[in-house]
Design a protein around this ligand. Sequence first.
Ligand SMILES: [Fe+2]
Length: 134
Amino acid sequence: MIKWDDKYSVNVSMIDEGHKKFIDLINKAARVQKDNNKRASAISEILIEITTFSKKHFRTEETCMVDCKYHDYKSHKDEHNRFSEIIPDYWEELADNELKVIDAILEHLKWWLTNHIQGTDRKYVDCFNKNGLK
Ligand SMILES: [Fe+2]
């Protein structure tokens, strides 16, 4: 179980709210992974939530980047796109009834928390704060 901590904060409350939801999603995926009687429907629910979440959240961040004329917008957006592009592969595995796909999904979400949220996202903090986003 991962708990929200200030180490995840990017100092912009609207974006932190999104990242809190993302941590909820990780915890939900971890519960499904641990369930010995896991069902495909629980995994598809997670995939749907990931898709809905990322569309909305990425749009929020990308709008802020454009508004603040953030210098690294393009490569940041590319990372968002790569996150989304992998989701259809998970759907395919699930369609073959490969319930172990939840392992890969969870791994992907945790990787994202460490490498994107605590890495790439952190780089826009100064720019956003200087432009009045808090
Ligand atoms: Fe981001």
